[in-house]
Design a protein around this ligand. Structure first.
Ligand SMILES: [Zn+2]
Ligand SMILES: [Zn+2]
Length: 342
């Protein structure tokens, strides 16, 4: 089969490799229908990398596929079922897993980073990682289940109320999913901070009532003008260190700040006293926890409109083009179709 293999030092190569075989009784062989490119994939392919992946691994963790074959112990899935996957496999034994914080598992084995992922024609996943999606769900929508599940994990952490004022930094795919989810939660006052004109427009379309340019606008003054208030909730969907510095200045006392995304090359300089002075709460969200079901459910809401995030659809052989489109921010979300002739 064809697969996009990480070779280290920013190199990703599309190669012919063996179709994986079922090894454990709970394994399921999935024929991949679609797999989207994530910001994490760009971090892995950066030099120096912003996230770790093991050389020799097939990348891709945001996928939808059809069950091809099941191990002998599989009970909940059968060939032909359409599935999405929670990519990070937890150990179930470490202190975090035992506390129920399985997304923080210290021994997690991340699909598409240290075990083979979905930029391939086939992938093996243990049964416990899979969720059913309706057969009629479009593939490009199914590929968004994982990023939306990450967003829903964040939504559960900040628990936004309809009357609260939310400022979100970054109108990439994650930011736009947040805007749509916030709308679904009944939040009316949503301001998006973004510097790229096309993404500013995307934010308006997704439902932001105020779109600001942090490079030009006095954010705090603009918020005061529009709302008579600063933010009750601020979400960093950029992951650049400077964003946290800007966030401190645009929050109300007692505000909650959510950090989304992980780029280990970034640093931030903030004054702890500013956090103390406003009694701010800084929280974060890593991966997915109890949020896959809600994401799959939201994706089926015809008014949610997640498919509008997908700006480019390409074949696996064109994955380099897709990565370049993501890097240049010309694309919001690129969906890769790994099957030959699709
Ligand atoms: Zn991702
Ligand atoms: Zn664990």
């Amino acid at each position: 089969m064809r697969a996009a293999v990480f070779r280290g030092d920013g190199v990703l190569e599309v190669e012919s490799v063996e179709v994986p075989e079922i090894q454990n009784p709970d394994d399921i062989l999935i024929k991949i229908r679609a797999c989207s490119i994530c910001g994490s994939d760009l971090h892995v392919l950066a030099v120096p990398p912003g996230q770790y992946a093991k050389p020799g691994t097939i990348l891709g963790h945001e996928f939808v596929g059809i069950v091809e074959k099941t191990g002998t112990a599989v009970t909940q899935f059968r060939p032909g079922d359409k599935v999405v996957a929670e990519p990070n496999i937890r150990c179930g034994m470490c202190p975090e897993c035992r506390k129920g914080n399985y997304n923080l598992c210290r021994n997690a084995v991340n699909t598409g980073q240290v075990r083979d992922g979905g930029f391939a024609e086939y992938c093996i996943m243990p049964e416990k990682q899979l969720y059913h999606v309706p057969a009629e769900m479009p593939d490009k929508l199914g590929a968004l289940a994982e990023p939306l599940a990450c967003v829903m994990n964040g939504m559960m952490k900040i628990n936004p109320q309809a009357y609260e004022k939310v400022v979100l930094f970054g109108a990439g795919a994650i930011g736009l999913l947040f805007v749509r989810a916030l709308r679904r939660y009944g939040v009316r006052d949503i301001a998006v901070c973004e510097t790229m004109p096309s993404r500013m427009e995307d934010a308006r379309k997704a439902g932001a009532d105020l779109v600001l340019n942090p490079a030009e606008d006095d954010l705090a003054a603009e918020l005061e003008k529009a709302w008579g208030s600063l933010a009750d909730i601020a979400i960093d969907a950029v992951g650049a260190g400077a964003v946290l510095e800007q966030i401190i200045d645009i929050t109300n006392c007692g505000a909650r700040i959510l950090i989304f995304g992980q780029n280990m090359t970034q640093h931030s300089t903030i004054r702890p006293g500013d956090i103390n002075n406003k009694e701010l709460t800084i929280t974060a969200t890593l991966s997915t926890k109890n949020s896959f079901g809600p994401a799959v459910s939201l994706l089926q809401d015809p008014d949610f409109g997640a498919e509008q995030l997908v700006t480019h659809e390409i074949s696996l052989d064109d994955i380099q083009k897709g990565i370049a489109l993501m890097r240049s921010k010309e694309a919001v979300k690129v969906v890769v179709y790994p099957q030959q002739g699709v």
